[in-house]
Structure formats: structure tokens, C-alpha cells
Design a protein around this ligand. Structure first.
Ligand SMILES: Cc1cc2nc3c(=O)[nH]c(=O)nc-3n(C[C@H](O)[C@H](O)[C@H](O)COP(=O)(O)OP(=O)(O)OC[C@H]3O[C@@H](n4cnc5c(N)ncnc54)[C@H](O)[C@@H]3O)c2cc1C
Length: 429
């Protein structure tokens, strides 16, 4: 039996690779970049391509890390649910309540400061209405429309819902799918306390998952080749039989685990993949800018996560959680501003100077702009997304863009990779 070929060593491709290797079908993984990790990777010197935050509801990642022998408590600095959003002289503070889950989130809303009594009541009524319908929506619309129907006022929108929507969907409420937003709320806040925990990686992203996953695949007889871009898919009749890199060819079933915009490049030459190509194109993309700012080592944010309600509503993470005291990551989601790096760095420093006037000036900055960080989660985007098995014969899809029901996240990527591996294993050889 020929080895499965995985195109792309992002978290989806690696999750699929581990699953296949563990099942006795060790794959050949071909990755264009010099290192595995994809959109959640280490650039070198411990610096990542952008701040990533996980939550306790990321159960597929937890299972994968357990299989790789990674200890969750060593891998993450874990904090109970807490949202702090600064808004001029005021702030929203939402911290976990003392009731058992999922009532702890109700208690968190009921005791939140910064929404006012009317805002709190309406936020609670909204949460109760969504929980009653299982966080599902029959007809999709924008998050802003859904919130307006449930009488969420300007303060709640600015201090609670917009920062949450940006952090989880990488889109502003007026552009984002309410269905996806509810799915996230249901996953994070509809279960036990642990699901709503915030998980800050303690190491760089490469050491967190890509490196242990690559080691596992190799130890189980698989191969990972980096710096190998797949140039085209090989065909026999209407079946895909392998891939071509330069100068090699590899035969085997193909698990396409690239981002949608790269999958398009490989699929568009296949006449019977026209519909899949169109749907992948329709997903669009959205940017994230991370500005790393260095302050003297004693400077710290307590708790380590803070958002600003002032547009562009960035989130700030204290990198002491990753063993880098003094470094702050300022993350701007859905950043379509086209600002140059120097402007990004200046604006991030100004945001922190306004939020923490007692801090000394930043000593150094690094700016990383991922222009295509995620697909754009427009309403009805779920109808565009491909299932694992929607490819031409011989091809299976994996990646955060597939029909996971989740927005573009690490958890979606890993769930899709695992599912894709199972589909491939179940297919007749
Ligand atoms: C700045 C930033 C911040 C983020 N923050 C969070 C967060 O806090 N929490 C969260 O859950 N998610 C976050 N995300 C989203 C998360 O990183 C992605 O959803 C996830 O990494 C996608 O993984 P993937 O495996 O589906 O795709 P990718 O990571 O894109 O992997 C695809 C791989 O395929 C390779 N490839 C492409 N074409 C070819 C080819 N022809 N031949 C060989 N290889 C190829 C690419 O090099 C890449 O390594 C963030 C993303 C970014 C960019």
C-alpha cells in the first residue's frame, strides 16, 4: 500500500499525520516552508508569527497533545475565564462566577462590572435565549444584526461583544457570521468551567505542537520533508494519483492540508474540481497584525490579558506567560488598514501608553502582519466550506477552512486533520 501524502505541515496536516502514523499508515508530509507549523509557527529566536491563545474547549488539541506526551500544565499557563476591557476611564470586568458550569458564565455576566444594570440584564437575557436554542441559528445573519435583535446596547457592543467577536472570529460584528459566533459561545461558555479557561502557551508555537508532532510521525515510520513545495497534482483519468514537487514525483492518496488560497493553486488545473475551487475562492481572507513591544522586565499586566474598547479594539497579552517578561503582544484582528510597520508599532505603543500611563516607554518593537491569517467568516460562510470528502477522487481536504462549524482556529484545524485521516483510513485502498 502506498504511503498517504500530506501536503502542508500546519496543525491540520500534522494532526492528520499523527493519526495516520498511529494507525500504522505512516505518511509522507511535504511542507513548502523551512519549518512545520503553518499559520501558527515559530519564526526563529523564539518569536512566533503572531500571538496565539487557546481555550479549555480545545478538546481535540488536548487529546493530540496527550498522545504526543505533552503535559498540559507544562505547556500552558492556564487562567480561569476573565475578560478585562479598558474603555477610557471605565472598564468592563467579567470574571468567573462561583456557580457550577455552565452557570458560572451566567454568574460572570450577572456580576460583570462596566455594562450597567440594564446592560447586564439584557446580556443575561441574550445568553439565556441563545442557550435555550442550543447556540444554534436556523438562518445566518451578521453578529451585529443578532445583537441588535436582542437589544444589546452601544456599551455592551463596544466593551463586550466587539472585542469577543474580533478575538474569536477575526471580523467585526457587522461583517461576521452570527452562526459561527454562537458556536464559539456554546463551545466555550456552554459547558463546565474548564472549557472557558484561557490557555497561554508557555513556549514558542513550534515547541508547543509542530515539533513533537513531527517527531511522533518520524518515530512511527513517517517522513516530513520541509522546503518541498508541491507544484501540481498527478492524475490518471479523473483520479488524482499523487503529487509533483521539483524534481520528484510521489504516488499515493493525497491529503490536501494547505490554506484555501494555496489549495486553489493546486486544484484549478483539474477540470472536475471546478466547484471546489470556486468555493475555496469564495472564502476570502482577513489579516491579523501582532506588534511585540519590549518594556523593562519588571513591567507586567495583571491579569495577563487586556483589551481596549477603542477601535481597532486590540487585545494585549503579557508575554511573561511565555517566559518573556517585559514583552507585550498587541494583536489587531481584522486589520484591513494597510498601515506600514512603523505606524503599527507607533500606534501600539500609543495604545499601551494610554492604557498604562505609569509604564516607561517601550524599548524595542517587532511587527508581524499576516495578511491572510484566516478565512473571512461572513454570514453563510458554512455553506461555502468543503467537507473532507468533497475533493476529486484520490484527494481529501483538511484545514481550518473545512466544514468544522468552527471559525478559523487551531482547534478547527486539528479536528479537521483527525477527521480527514479517519476518512482516508476508511476508504477502499
Ligand atoms: C497571527 C495569527 C493569530 C492567530 N491567533 C489564533 C488564536 O489565538 N487561536 C486560534 O485558535 N487560532 C488562531 N489563529 C488561526 C490559526 O493559526 C489557524 O487557524 C491554523 O494555524 C490553521 O492551520 P491549518 O493547518 O489549517 O493551515 P496552515 O497553518 O495554513 O497550514 C498549511 C500549510 O501548508 C503549507 N503549504 C501551502 N501550500 C503548499 C504546497 N503547495 N506544498 C507544500 N506545502 C504547502 C503551508 O506552508 C502551511 O505550512 C491565528 C492565526 C494567525 C495568522
Amino acid at each position: 500500500m502506498t504511503a498517504p501524502i500530506i501536503v502542508g505541515a500546519g496543525w491540520a496536516g500534522l494532526a492528520a499525520g499523527v493519526e495516520l502514523a498511529a494507525a500504522g499508515r505512516p505518511p509522507l508530509v511535504l511542507e513548502a516552508a523551512p519549518r512545520p507549523g503553518g499559520r501558527a509557527r515559530t519564526l526563529g529566536e523564539g518569536r512566533d508569527n503572531g500571538q496565539h491563545l487557546l481555550i479549555g474547549a480545545y478538546t481535540a488539541i488536548e487529546r493530540l497533545l496527550a498522545r504526543l506526551g505533552v503535559d498540559i500544565d507544562q505547556a500552558f499557563h492556564r487562567e480561569p475565564l476573565a475578560l478585562h476591557v479598558a474603555d477610557g476611564d471605565e472598564a468592563l470586568a467579567l470574571t468567573e462566577g462561583r456557580l457550577p458550569g455552565p452557570l458560572h458564565t451566567v454568574a460572570a455576566l450577572a456580576t460583570a462590572r462596566g455594562l450597567g444594570p440594564g446592560g447586564r440584564r439584557r446580556a443575561l437575557a441574550f445568553a439565556a435565549a441563545m442557550a435555550a436554542r442550543g447556540f444554534r441559528l436556523r438562518r445566518d445573519r451578521t453578529v451585529a444584526e443578532l445583537l441588535a435583535r436582542h437589544r444589546q446596547g452601544a456599551t455592551a457592543l463596544r466593551r463586550l461583544w466587539t472585542p469577543l467577536c474580533l478575538a474569536t472570529l477575526n471580523a467585526r460584528p457587522e461583517h461576521a457570521s452570527a452562526r459561527l459566533f454562537l458556536r464559539v459561545l456554546g463551545e466555550a461558555f456552554g459547558g463546565g468551567r474548564r472549557r472557558a479557561e484561557l490557555w497561554f502557551p508557555r513556549t514558542d508555537l513550534g515547541r508547543l505542537l509542530p515539533e513533537p508532532a513531527a517527531a511522533f510521525i518520524r518515530a512511527h515510520g513517517g517522513e516530513i520533508r520541509t522546503g518541498r513545495r508541491v507544484r501540481s497534482l498527478l492524475r490518471e483519468g479523473d483520479r488524482v494519483t499523487g503529487v509533483a514537487t521539483r524534481p520528484d514525483h510521489h504516488e499515493g492518496p493525497v491529503l490536501l492540508a494547505t490554506a484555501p488560497w494555496h489549495a486553489v493553486d493546486l486544484l484549478e488545473t483539474l477540470p472536475d474540481a471546478r466547484e471546489a475551487t470556486e468555493r475555496l475562492r469564495g472564502l476570502g481572507h482577513a489579516a491579523i497584525t501582532t506588534v511585540y513591544l519590549r518594556y523593562p522586565r519588571h513591567v507586567r499586566l495583571d491579569p495577563p490579558l487586556l483589551a481596549s474598547a477603542a477601535p481597532p479594539s486590540p487585545w494585549i497579552v503579557d508575554r511573561r506567560t511565555a517566559g518573556e517578561p517585559g514583552w507585550m503582544a498587541v494583536v489587531t484582528s481584522a486589520d484591513d488598514s494597510g498601515r506600514d510597520r512603523a505606524t503599527c508599532a507607533r500606534e501600539a505603543a500609543a495604545i499601551l501608553a494610554a492604557l498604562r500611563p505609569d509604564w516607561p516607554p517601550a524599548l524595542e518593537s517587532r511587527v508581524i502582519r499576516e495578511r491572510r491569517a484566516t478565512f473571512h467568516p461572513a454570514p453563510d460562510v458554512d455553506e461555502q466550506r468543503l467537507r473532507t470528502t468533497d475533493g476529486p477522487a484520490g484527494v481529501w481536504f483538511a484545514g481550518d477552512h473545512t466544514a468544522t462549524g468552527l471559525p478559523a482556529t487551531l482547534e478547527g484545524a486539528v479536528r479537521s486533520g483527525v477527521e480527514c485521516a479517519h476518512r482516508l483510513l476508511a476508504a477502499p485502498a
